[in-house]
Ligand binder design. Structure first.
Ligand SMILES: Cc1ncc(COP(=O)(O)O)c(C=O)c1O
Length: 375
């Protein structure tokens, strides 16, 4: 049996007719940029996330960048975030003119540690970006309390957690603004690049709309320097086909996560993911910690099973961020996570027997690596 980490072709096969018809309607409309599908999707995603405003943009990266621009981040402004995330969370801070300030993560959830956020706030702090990694919310209650105390806005990086819940609220509706990614592999992915900014602030939404269109609110009149970052009609139409399935897909991810956890409970040398109290985790990834990771990866490969390491190197140790002045040992929990994490296949397109096959392969590989190779 082969179990790919992700099988988007299989996921989309069941929707072939609906997706094809949506494409045909866009082609026939003659309107390909910022048309009725983008407006409708913005309203649908806003309603789904319980926020009044959503602005479609070209990617999750742009959603973060435009949020920072709309907050008027200036040179020297500090933005607190995690070093254990996809690079986009951090490179946009520098592109917007700010300075990333890293704090370490919690070992159980892999998300930014609120106690360390509090200690990192200075007079120059202008934003906090918690990342809801792998589909689970960061501790938003604690983070929002700190942010309120210091009058600092919060941008939720909700790229990996659309549909997740934290303390009764949808992720993306808790901070001052939030970024979504519709990269194909995400829980709600388009068939190309796409993203969205969520906010409860009408003026902020209008500013993001202006910035996504070269800084113009009125065609050919420019109030500031913006970029070209629009979600296109085709992607919006495809996302509108997929959005009604999101909840059932997230439920399927949770079922498979539960099955993995039952099957892998008690396996030596292995730690299972934890759902923090009050969280509804949507398992964008099902990520284990393993002592003997390389040996297990080799065994999974031999068994035809896809897996991946998100992420092999924390951002504070990457050459691209060397000038921030961090070094090895600065964020030990993130550094350890990079050595131990392994993500397994979890998509809603998979079947239960495939999850069972992966769990059996993990158990066998863990047994071999715990006792050493058999003679
Ligand atoms: C945590 C996180 N932030 C930001 C992004 C950027 O999104 P995009 O690839 O749509 O630009 C991604 C995904 O790729 C991500 O996983």
């Amino acid at each position: 049996m082969n179990v790919p980490l992700l099988d988007l072709e299989r996921l989309h096969r069941a929707l072939t007719d609906e997706l094809g018809e949506a494409c045909s309607r866009v082609i026939a409309s003659g309107r390909y940029i910022l048309g009725e599908n983008v407006s409708a999707l913005e309203a649908e995603v806003a309603a789904y996330c319980d926020v009044p405003y959503a602005v479609g943009v070209a990617s999750g990266t742009d959603a973060l960048y435009l949020s920072l621009r709309a907050l008027d981040i200036k040179p020297g402004d500090e933005v607190i975030t995690t070093p254990f995330t996809f690079v986009a969370t951090v490179d946009v801070i520098i592109q917007a003119g700010g300075r990333p300030v890293f704090v370490d993560i919690e070992p159980e959830t892999f998300n930014i540690d609120p106690a360390l956020v509090e200690a990192a706030v200075t007079a120059r702090t202008r934003a906090i970006i918690p990342v809801h990694l792998y589909g689970q919310a960061a501790d938003m209650k604690a983070i929002m309390a700190i942010a309120k105390n210091h009058h600092v806005p919060v941008i939720e990086d909700n790229a990996q957690a659309l549909g997740a819940v934290c303390g009764g609220s949808k992720t993306g509706s808790i901070g001052d603004t939030a970024a979504l990614s519709f990269f194909p592999s995400k829980n709600l992915g388009c068939l190309g690049d796409g993203g969205m900014v969520l906010t409860r602030d009408e003026e902020f939404a209008a500013r993001v709309r202006q910035l996504r269109a070269h800084g113009s609110a009125r065609k050919y009149f420019f109030t500031e320097i913006g970029i070209n970052s629009r979600l296109d009609e085709l992607q919006a139409a495809l996302l509108r086909v997929k959005l009604p399935y999101l909840d059932q897909w997230n439920e399927a991810r949770r079922r498979y996560a539960g099955l993995y956890s039952t099957l892998l409970d008690g396996v030596p040398g292995l730690k299972l993911p934890v759902e923090a109290p009050g969280n509804y985790h949507v398992y964008h990834q099902f990520t284990l910690r393993l002592q003997q990771r390389e040996a297990v990866i080799e065994s999974l490969k031999a068994a035809g099973i896809g897996c991946a390491v998100y992420y092999p190197e924390p951002l504070h140790l990457q050459p691209a961020f060397a000038n921030l002045g961090y070094g090895a040992g600065f964020f030990p929990t993130a550094e350890t996570a990079c050595r131990e994490v392994l993500s397994l296949p979890i998509g809603p397109e998979l079947e239960e027997q495939e999850i069972r096959y992966v769990a059996t392969a993990i158990k066998e590989a863990s047994a071999v690596s715990a006792t050493g190779p058999l003679a």
